[in-house]
Design a protein around this ligand. Structure first.
Ligand SMILES: Cc1ncc(C[n+]2csc(CCOP(=O)(O)OP(=O)(O)O)c2C)c(N)n1
Ligand SMILES: [Mg+2]
Length: 454
């Protein structure tokens, strides 16, 4: 008698023929970086096209026309540091020198504040070494009042927009002049007047916020656009994809940047999908314009962001830009990259150093010299030193010159709810028991006891 039970008919439909014996066992691919500590680094597998050969479509072209550029690499500076091809933004030497200065200042700031952390003046710092062009050239390509939704590695934008260095250091030291009252992790700035949205440590949240801001700008009939930055690792977060969907559905005036610096702390870009496709290529799946750019070429970054900004401003819609670059140093002061990657990676990076390349370009134009660069380096180091000295008068970590302890309960509610009042009173009671000489009224005195001290 024929077996016509549901399970028998399922077995007949089964491509494995009802038995599984001959099928290969399923297996996963677990990405593995090419080089670990001590390995010889060879980047010959990277496809680095010559500069100047990438086509430059009109800013208002169909998104699909940018498809080839998602797998290419927009480059302007060639191997002799000349600006070539249709993406050359033809910036005047004064603008190039201002851009160079902002990049040099960013690097000097990073170097000094890194040392400050090592000296115990702050608990935490994050450098952007090797990625200065991605931030600084972007700031130059945008209008001053365009809104930036950054990640934690875009200090170059604040610096390029002229935000006072002393304010940055006050925030890093969480001192009594810190405008954020010590409530943010060091380096997580917030500067409304500079179009710089509050940095969040919750990765990728800034992406949908940028799209939402851009949509609001369009709803209001404004002319300002938004831009956001995300690391390639963070692009694996769901927020990235939600942002892309909203951006394409409503044709939001937004420039979405992915800084592919190859590493997300100790995870290489392969874990975020970088082995199978470029990050720029994701744009195509959403019907968004995409560009992949040499992130260590300040002129190419400027040209790509300017193209995308002009497109957004002309109601051409959003653009996803992958900045192909390299995180030259540790993820943060809490990281030791020598534990997981070869030190040769930095030396061998085929796209060089963004500051060095811009210097050589300007020298090639006859608009700069090694002596002028040495003088600029001294000058920016002095500027950073003066800012840190001034900020140190407002206090450093552990010196007690921070915002009054009880201010942590303020500013969220117009009127403090009863349960927070109780908590504030309890906190003050406990502090008095621990340190009888402490008073809750004024900012703590320099020699007041610090949290954790006996
Ligand atoms: C939602 C969330 N997940 C994880 C972390 C921890 N975390 C902080 S930075 C980081 C790596 C991010 O790498 P990437 O996006 O490539 O940015 P990069 O540091 O290279 O600039 C991780 C995993 C976090 N802060 N938030
Ligand atoms: Mg990264």
């Amino acid at each position: 008698m024929a077996d016509d039970s549901p399970s028998a008919s399922r077995a007949a439909d089964d491509p494995a023929g009802g038995g599984r014996g001959n099928l290969p066992p399923l297996r996963l691919h677990v990405p593995e970086p090419r080089y670990r500590p001590g390995d010889q680094v060879d980047y010959s597998h990277l496809q680095i096209p010559p500069a100047g050969v990438q086509p430059r479509p009109d800013e208002t072209c169909a998104a699909s026309e940018t498809a080839p550029l998602c797998n290419d690499l927009v480059r302007v500076l060639d191997d002799e540091h000349r600006a070539v091809g249709p993406w050359d933004p033809k910036l005047d030497p004064d603008t190039l020198r201002r851009m160079l200065r902002a990049m040099a200042l960013t690097r000097a700031f990073d170097d000094r504040l890194y040392r400050s952390q090592r000296q115990g003046k702050t608990s935490f710092y994050m450098k952007s070494t090797g990625e200065e062009a991605t931030s600084v050239a972007t700031a130059f390509a945008l209008a001053r009042d365009d809104m930036v939704f950054p990640s934690y590695r875009q200090q170059g934008i604040l610096i390029a927009r002229g935000y006072p260095l002393e304010e940055m250091v006050n925030q890093i030291y969480s001192n009594r002049a810190d405008k954020l009252k010590g409530r943010q992790l060091p380096i997580m700035y917030s500067a409304k007047d500079y179009g710089f949205f509050t940095i969040s440590g919750n990765l990728a949240t800034q992406y949908p916020q940028a799209v939402g801001w851009a949509m609001a700008s369009a709803i209001k009939g404004d002319t300002r656009i938004a831009t956001s930055f995300i690391g390639e690792g963070s692009s694996a977060e769901g927020d990235f994809h939600a942002a892309m969907t909203f951006a394409t559905v409503y044709n939001a005036p937004v420039v979405l940047n992915v800084v592919n610096n190859q590493w997300a702390i100790s995870s290489f870009s392969g874990f975020a999908g970088g082995e199978r496709a470029t990050f720029a290529a994701r744009a195509m799946g959403y019907g968004v314009a995409g560009l992949r750019v040499d992130g260590n070429d300040a002129l190419a970054v400027y040209a790509a962001v300017r193209w995308a900004a002009d497109r957004a401003r002309a109601n051409g819609g959003p653009t996803l830009i992958e900045h192909f670059t390299y995180r030259a140093e540790g993820h943060s002061t809490s990281d030791d990259p020598s534990a997981y990657r070869s030190v040769q990676e930095r030396e061998e990076w085929p796209l060089g150093d963004p500051i060095d390349r811009l210097v050589k370009h300007l020298i090639g134009l006859g608009e700069w010299s090694a002596e002028q660069q040495a003088a600029m380096d001294r000058d920016v180091a002095e500027e950073v030193k003066a800012a840190t000295k001034a900020a140190e008068k407002n206090g450093i970590l552990g010196h007690g010159l921070h915002h009054p302890f009880h201010t942590m309960f303020e500013d969220v509610f117009e009127e403090l709810p009863w349960h927070l009042e109780e908590q504030a009173a309890q906190a003050i009671r406990e502090r008095r028991i621990k340190w009888p000489q402490w008073t809750p009224d004024a900012p703590d005195a320099p020699d007041a006891p610090e949290e954790g001290e006996p």
